[in-house]
Write a protein that binds this ligand. Structure first.
Ligand code: ZN
Length: 514
């Protein structure tokens, strides 16, 4: 491909940049291994020193990204405020690498090291305070920490800079080049459509899901999940599946991606759908093309694009009729008592039950984005200073009532349920909803080009599906920004249309055609 051609730059500066970048990638992967171990096998007494180790590694990464040495190399390659991709004589892939590093470098330089340290300490103390507050259902005890984290995040946003909205600077950390106004427009569109659809479903006869809460021995769940992972193309020699309290995916190298699961013996969905979700993230990380593997471009285009891959496998594949037509007989064999008398159709409807709930991570496909819209509106108001932390629980109740029609009795089931704000992660939440939207828009394109996804799933033909994702999305990694990627793959910018078409067709069929 053209992007892999050698550049014409004279003094070998691109070789130096590539070598510098490679060391940065190695350092990041070393840090990631410490994190993976911390969440899986580390003995609990090691926690304190591990935090110290991680702190040191993260500082080393930050210093290397912000260094004068990298700044000089990038300048020699022609990078500057008006030419973030460097000299025009560079190849396409070299320009992508320069742009990626120049962006990271510029952002790291804008935030004083002292503020990075204060934020890291506040985030670490914030998580401790949040855990205790959630346990005791005591939002007031968490107020000072949250106020501190909000103030520091605003300070950070001011350092990073923005042209339209302060929230842009925070959002940009997770969804590069995406603006607040764009998210607001898409979410308003989504809200207008989702609220009436959820209401329509609530009026319809409900589906049965009681059998999903029966006995599901963990070893059998693992057996089933491993079989499905193998079928969909998870390469056992390049990845691992382990257990952890909160499932996650982490890349440790060119040929090493780890995913984790948590099984619930009395609820089928917890284990299986989160494994498919993490496998979706993992397959993305394993699909980068040869030229970028092992570099810092071997990363997601954005968190939203990353989430689109997990949601694709979890929902568009894993909660489809075609998928269960193929796999339900196997599941019934593995859990014969629990699923006695439950046919394939009942099982399919059960795993797709729509029911407004208080907890985001348990939400169904129809109401999930409403949880995100609510958090987006609230954190936007906090960052704009039009809402105070003290008034946050009341505002949460109002939004929850308006969007979901239910309110939490305890803050532990409401404003205290997620860890993100306790880590200073303002600007993160929208990426979850964007992931759903991207996934639906990508799927429509796949179907336009190759026919119904369901028929591939029903036949167990996963290779053409994964192959399409790899060719069109995965291989580019962070070399193409999210907006460019969605435009080039689907021929249009991101909207909520494809997602709404998908939801309406699927859930009217389940709930409204009886
Ligand atoms: Zn995810």
């Amino acid at each position: 491909m053209a992007g892999a051609m050698a550049s014409t730059e004279p003094d070998g500066v691109m070789d130096k940049i590539r070598a510098y970048d490679r060391e940065l990638a190695l350092l990041k992967h070393g840090t990631a291994l410490l994190q993976w171990d911390q969440e899986t096998y580390m003995p609990s007494a090691a926690a304190e020193e591990r935090a110290e180790q991680l702190g040191l590694f993260e500082t080393l990464v930050h210093d290397r990204v912000a260094s004068d040495e990298l700044g000089d190399l990038l300048a020699r390659a022609g990078a500057g405020p008006d030419s973030p991709s460097g000299a025009e004589t560079l190849s396409g892939l070299e320009q992508a690498l320069v742009r990626h590093l120049y962006r990271e470098h510029a952002l790291a330089r804008r935030v004083p090291r002292e503020l990075v340290g204060r934020l890291a300490r506040a985030a670490s103390a914030g998580q401790v305070a949040w855990k205790a507050a959630r346990e005791h259902d005591d939002f007031e005890a968490f107020t000072p920490s949250l106020e501190g984290l909000l103030a520091l995040s605003i300070e950070r946003a001011e350092c990073l800079g923005y042209s339209e909205h302060r929230y842009d600077a925070l959002l940009d950390q997770y969804e590069p080049y995406t603006r607040t106004a764009e998210v607001r427009r898409v979410f308003e569109e989504l809200e207008r459509e989702l609220v009436p659809l959820a209401a329509e479903i609530a009026q319809a006869p409900q589906v049965d899901s009681a059998f999903l809460y029966g006995e599901y021995p963990e070893s059998r769940q693992a057996e089933f999940a491993t079989r499905v992972l193998e079928d969909i193309g998870w390469p056992a020699d390049r990845g691992r599946l382990d257990c952890s309290a909160h499932p996650f995916t982490i890349g440790l190298g060119r040929d090493d991606v780890r995913i984790t699961a948590r099984y619930d013996r009395n609820f089928f969905n917890t284990g299986f759908f989160s494994i498919l979700h993490e496998a979706g993230h993992g397959l993305y990380e394993l699909g980068f093309e040869e030229q970028i593997r092992g570099s810092t471009l071997a990363d997601g285009a954005s968190l939203g694009i990353h989430e689109s891959q997990s949601r694709f496998w979890e929902n568009l594949v894993g909660r489809s009729r075609g998928f269960w037509r193929r796999y339900y007989p196997r599941v019934r064999e593995l859990f014969p008592k629990t699923l006695e008398g439950v046919d394939e159709e009942r099982f399919y409807c059960g795993v797709n039950e729509v029911k407004p709930s208080l907890i985001r991570v348990e939400a169904d496909e129809v109401t999930y984005c409403l949880h995100i819209i609510m958090r987006f509106r609230l954190e936007l108001a906090l960052v704009e200073n039009s809402l105070t932390v003290k008034d946050l629980p009341d505002a949460w109740h109002e939004e929850s009532c308006r969007l979901l029609g239910i309110v939490p009795e305890r803050d532990a089931d409401g404003v205290l349920q997620d860890v993100h704000w306790a880590m200073g992660g303002f600007g993160y939440f929208p990426t979850y909803a964007l992931g759903n939207l991207y996934a639906a828009q990508f799927t429509e394109t796949f179907e336009r080009e190759h026919g119904a996804l369901e028929s591939y799933l029903e036949r167990g033909e996963f290779e053409p599906v994964l192959g399409w994702l790899q060719e069109r999305l995965h291989r580019h990694g962070a070399a193409k920004p999210a907006d460019e990627l969605v435009n080039s793959v689907t021929g249009a910018p991101l909207t909520a249309d494809a997602y709404m078409r998908y939801l309406r067709a699927k859930f009217r069929d389940i709930y409204l055609t009886a």
